[in-house]
Write a protein that binds this ligand. Structure first.
Ligand code: NAD
Length: 272
């Protein structure tokens, strides 16, 4: 069910399926998309200052009529906003645009070599001050995580990374599991590039589902949080219809054969 949650290491409940708004334009496009999503039952919204649509996300939340405390709102500090004071200021800007006085989850968007440790300290302060319910990271590889884990006061509870059947991130998933860090997938549909894959089509036909639904279900059954993006109301809805069927072990193994540990997006080790 859409209200299914996972319990993060600090006890916070997070929906297993949320709505992503990367490349959804500020203004009507994002307002309409987020309102459609909330209407069909999404309660988790993933944005970032980089997406430049936080005002529209905030407006959609207000117009949705759903109480703020019933929503799970994520934003991220962008690369050129990193550093201790800079991050606190970026967080204030995000809250202001979103029209809320707290976030459920705030993430370091990318591990900028020179600044991500300081940025992490700032997220720790925001958490201690009760301004955000959970803190985490995005696009962090094992070495970046090891660096942060030296700070025992604050552990990231989430790592949001590119993850789909072609990039299953097996070593990173194993490391995060050991450390109690929930993995969240961005680009769960391969950013649209895996929709026509033959193996996914075969599994989809067997279950009378779409390839998008198969990829989302594959992630959910692997304990991965997903945040697919769409601006089409029918697709926004169909992406939620992934709790009424189960992939068999054979289906899962079949989908696993697509893994090449190959990215479509940027390489975190080459950033910053
Ligand atoms: P995605 O894998 O969610 O794919 C989105 C694409 O698939 C869109 O082009 C959409 O039109 C298409 N699509 C969606 N549902 C479909 C359906 N049912 N049938 C056919 N086509 C469909 O890619 P994404 O948007 O890049 O990733 C999801 C979210 O992850 C983003 O919106 C954003 O919130 C987050 N994200 C984070 C980072 C990061 O660095 N942390 C990077 C990229 C994305």
């Amino acid at each position: 069910h859409l209200t299914e949650t996972t319990t993060l290491a600090n006890g916070l409940e997070m929906p297993r399926l949320g709505f992503g708004v990367f490349k959804v334009s500020e203004g009507n496009e994002v307002v309409n998309a987020v309102k459609s999503a909330i209407e069909v039952g999404y309660r988790s919204i993933d944005t970032a200052s980089f997406y430049q649509n936080e005002e529209g996300v905030g407006q959609a939340i207000k117009e949705s009529g759903v109480a703020r405390e019933d929503l799970f709102l994520t934003s991220k500090v962008w690369n050129d906003e990193q550093g201790f004071n800079e991050t606190i200021a970026a967080f204030d800007r995000s809250l202001n645009k979103l029209g809320t006085d707290y976030l459920d989850l705030y993430l370091v968007h990318w591990p900028m070599k020179a600044t991500y440790s300081e940025t992490w300290q700032a997220l720790g302060k925001l958490y201690d001050d009760g301004r955000v319910k959970a803190i985490g990271v995005s696009n962090f590889e094992i070495p970046h995580l090891k660096e942060l884990l030296k700070d025992h006061t604050h552990k990231p509870v989430i790592n949001q990374v590119e993850l789909h059947p072609q990039l299953a991130q097996k070593p990173l998933r194993e490391f995060c599991k050991e450390q109690g860090i929930q993995i969240e997938s961005w680009g769960p549909l391969g950013q649209g590039r895996l929709l026509e894959n033959d193996i996914l089509k075969q599994v989809a036909a067997k279950h009378n589902k779409s390839t998008a639904q198969i990829m989302l279900r594959w992630a959910i059954q692997n304990d991965i949080v997903v945040i697919p993006k769409s601006t089409t109301p029918e697709r926004i809805k169909s992406n939620t219809e992934v709790f009424d069927f189960t992939l068999s072990d054979d289906d899962l193994k079949n989908i696993d054969t697509l893994n090449k540990e190959e990215r479509f997006g940027g390489n975190p080790s080459e950033v910053g």
